[in-house]
Ligand binder design. Sequence first.
Ligand code: ZN
Length: 293
Amino acid sequence: MNRSVLELRAGGLPLAHGGADGEWHYRHATRLDGPTVLDHQVLADFLAYETAHGRHVDVVADPALSGWDTWPAPKVRPHPGEFATQCCTHVYADGCAAGLVCHGAPAAAAARILADGMLRPATAVTGRTARDLAAASTWGDPADYFEHVMLANGRCTAPEAVACSRALGRDLTPADLRPGYPPAVRFYFGWPALAARPDARFDGVHPVKIHGDLRLGDALVAVVVHASQHHLITASAERFRERLAVVDADRPGPREWAVAAAAAAERLAARAAAGTQQDPGSPALGARPPEPP
Ligand SMILES: [Zn+2]
């Protein structure tokens, strides 16, 4: 398919869906009080990514956003965590952005990811072709999407649905998940570090995605597992134990889990940063210990 449609809507929620002829339709929702620099970036990214993949984009905008063709592409890419957005779900007033971005996986898959030391795109995980995976998707995403490791905002509930979909073999939305569902293992990364990589891609849909494998190595900031599933990843998480957070929450829904996991990841990140600064063997950083809070 060599065509895609970007719907720009004031208010409401983003929506990914296939068109009648199999074309890629993505709805991007701005805040009701008007587009931000991040919306300008999303438009520029969507157009550039789709064009680079050989798809012609038709933009269909709400009357309130009819000036989209005059939106300037930002000179400096904005940090997606700094803006209130319309979330992929309707559970947050300000959207799901956090200081970190994340990827979710079912516990069994997370054990393999930790053992391999890398996240791999769906094509590599399944051994199926990108075209085959696209044909089986409910959301209409183009085939090239499946050649990437996709990242979501840190408090996003979408990774919960994606992980559960993988475990069940059918596509779900966060609204399909009830307390008692198996919470995803969430892998957290710093957005600036990923965004600066040569294999980073910006599709106007995800805050960033990585073309090909994403080695955990130094990139992983935290991996967060629900206490009920800790035993499933204990052995493979050993080499990442300083970056592992085990969080107990009583039968969380997707929102409670996403919030708790993001908070745990940010605590780990803050502790790691403080540890670096206090390290007396690091003269460049250790001139003076931080003030107590
Ligand atoms: Zn979200």
